[in-house]
Design a binder for this molecule. Structure first.
Ligand SMILES: Cc1cc2nc3c(=O)[nH]c(=O)nc-3n(C[C@H](O)[C@H](O)[C@H](O)COP(=O)(O)OP(=O)(O)OC[C@H]3O[C@@H](n4cnc5c(N)ncnc54)[C@H](O)[C@@H]3O)c2cc1C
Length: 361
């Protein structure tokens, strides 16, 4: 069986792997990229028209330096990939979505506005604002176009000489080589594994793979920027929304709360009950959007127990990026740079301590 040699192999060319291939090829390395499906496919976690990007990160201020770099790199790649819409983080004052966003904005001196319920009602007539709701508005927040982002990274990698293989599934790997399902062996002293939900089995990581679904609604709320809203009972889940940046409608979905799935199993279609549950939330919170959805789609989250990422060297020469827990896409550009640093230099200047692989054990 044939074999070929490279400086580095990138396993998985979704959001993270496409960015890693781009940075590695840009540094002059001979890169092989291996993807089981097509370029910018819809069977992993990096599809669906739009992804939120924001800086006042309610999840943890530790992410902010990475976000600042991510914005810079996306704009260097192609300014058209990022559509600034402004963004609202909505919850009660003590809850993480508002309180965490405010903590991040203050810790890093990020421009922001704090809006109480009265101010929210004045500025956003489409929102049915309950008493006590607080909003943090960030003018820099916006939407990335994920399929175009993946393609831009892949095109850049190919232009820099990367050998990108699609429809090529890695059946087995070890430091120094991967074996494809057709038997071909690729060899390289460095390996980047960015396999998304498949990292669970490929690397034996304790990831909970979660089915998610999203819907596009007739865009009848022109006053709204993107938002994340801790809507509380009875939904007991956050919802998020993105204005119509792609011409497909206003996207709104629940964040988390989906069922555990296997990445290779056929995805259960979106049910009438699921749509009814989201419509009930829209009816009480954003009545203008309560209508039959224009379209629906499913996707996967790969969750770690603490919902922080898993990024690091598994052993010298083998870098891993996984467990993005439903909030990773905005970071792809900087994660690609970090993965290139890790396999080329054995470390990175970016603060990835909270993402250490050994905490997952
Ligand atoms: C509905 C939804 C909404 C989201 N919204 C946001 C958001 O607004 N903002 C945000 O920042 N993040 C968001 N996320 C999260 C974000 O999209 C993911 O964290 C990110 O896309 C993960 O990228 P990845 O490269 O790890 O996975 P993927 O893009 O799935 O890439 C993994 C790739 O590896 C390939 N692969 C796996 N195994 C093999 C193998 N053995 N051989 C060859 N190829 C292999 C797969 O085919 C796949 O292409 C959302 C996710 C979902 C599902």
């Amino acid at each position: 069986m044939s074999s070929a040699s490279f400086d580095v192999i990138v396993l998985g060319l979704g959001g993270m792997g496409s960015a890693a291939a781009y940075h590695l090829a840009g540094r002059g390395l001979r890169v092989a990229g291996v993807e089981q499906f097509t370029a910018a496919h819809d069977r992993g976690s990096s599809h669906g028209g739009s992804r939120i990007i924001r800086k006042a990160y309610w999840e943890d201020p530790a992410y902010v330096p990475l976000l600042l770099r991510a914005y810079e790199l996306w704009r260097e790649l192609d300014p058209a990939l990022l559509r600034v819409t402004g963004g609202l983080m909505l919850s009660r004052v003590e809850e993480p979505v508002f309180a965490g966003a405010l903590a991040s904005a203050r810790a890093h001196g990020l421009p922001h506005e704090v809006l109480d319920a009265a101010a929210l009602r004045r500025r956003y007539p489409s929102l049915a604002v309950p008493d006590g709701l607080m909003g943090l508005y960030e003018a820099d927040a916006g939407a990335l176009l994920p399929e175009a982002c993946v393609r831009a990274h892949l095109d850049g990698a190919a232009r820099a000489g990367a050998d990108l293989r699609f429809g090529a599934r890695v059946a087995e790997w070890a430091p120094g080589w991967v074996r494809l399902a057709d038997g071909e062996i690729l060899r390289a002293p460095r390996l980047v594994i960015a396999a998304g939900a498949w990292a669970r089995d490929l690397l034996g990581l304790p990831l909970r793979i979660e089915r998610q679904w999203v819907a596009w609604w007739p865009p009848r709320a022109p006053d709204l920027p993107l938002f994340i809203w801790a809507v509380g009972a009875p939904a007991a889940r956050d919802i998020y929304g993105l204005p119509d940046v792609t011409g497909e409608g206003f996207k709104v979905a629940f964040h988390h709360g989906g069922e555990r799935i296997d990445p290779d199993a056929p995805r259960r279609p979106v049910s009438a009950e699921e749509i009814a549950a989201l419509r009930a939330v829209l009816r009480t919170h954003i009545p203008a959007l309560d209508a039959e959805p224009l379209a629906v789609s499913t996707c996967m989250y790969s969750n770690t127990a603490d919902e922080n990422f898993a990024i690091g060297l598994r052993e010298p020469g083998v870098a891993v990026a996984a467990g993005f827990s439903g909030h990773g896409f905005k970071f792809c550009s900087v994660v690609g740079e970090i993965l290139a640093d890790l396999v080329c230099d054995g470390g990175t200047r970016w603060p990835i301590g909270p993402f250490a692989l050994d905490r997952l054990a």
